[in-house]
Design a protein around this ligand. Sequence first.
Ligand code: ATR
Length: 288
Amino acid sequence: MVQHFIVIGNPIAHSKSPAIHQAFAKQVGLDIAYARQFCPDDADSFRAVVDAFFHGGGVGANVTVPFKQVAYAMCAENGELSLHAQGAGAVNTLTLRNVKLYGDNTDRQGLVNHLQQLGWQLDGKKVAIIGAGGASRGVLLPLAEAGVAEMTIANRTVSKADELAQAIQPVLPATASMSSCGIDQLTGQFDLIINATSIGLTGEALPLSEALSTAHAYDMMYGRALPFLQHFAEQGASVSDGFGMLVGQASLSFESWTGNAVDTTHAMHDLQSSLYIITFLYFLSIKS
Ligand code: ATR
């Protein structure tokens, strides 16, 4: 029997989640349907979409920008939350358990696993995270647990960066220090700077200081030219978009929904080859 899955977001047309989950399903021999689900940007619409999907027999839903915190609130009110979701204050994976909505967060392991795959050291390092929404909040603790020594949260709305830094401070390991500031106040040399804002969706550039530099830059977005990565690549930093993180977090969602573990390196190789073919065909089509 075909099992049905969706990813809910706004915007959502760019999402590669369907291709990733189909690659996993092929790897383990499962028959699945995985669709992109657009939702108007308000909590009531999100709740209606989630209810309709699970009432209609859906097995699992991924949640992306800007709904991760609404999904968290929905599970906190009427369902259950995994420890990872509680730590993140955000949900990216929904399913039904004992007829109740169950929210998990797989973003946290996705990022750290991918940074380790890239060979970027975290232990004892100085890291800046730009953004103070659900995506940022979800990765602070795993970064600290991976040994990051100094963390700075920078955000357009400085008060949100201050609040997040204060909220996360009590659960941080004693070895990690935390500070917060505005994006244009972020200066100095870092080992790693992570863009956890949603600005990549618009193609706009962040107001980065001239006095800011880094050895590595990571954008949690993927699938389009990212001015953030371009900026640091021009300075000589090594850069990566968030595709590997997406594959990592998707594999954890897939595993919890279907009980099947997948080989992400193998799946990434297949997916990147097919993305190159799609891009090549697109260029051929606009040239003809
Ligand atoms: P997510 O769950 O993906 O983190 P979110 O909770 O809506 O999404 O958070 C979006 C983040 O991107 C916020 O940190 C937001 O900054 P503000 O708190 O000031 O709103 C940041 N962001 C979005 N658009 C931005 C822009 N044009 N410039 C700078 N930061 C932006």
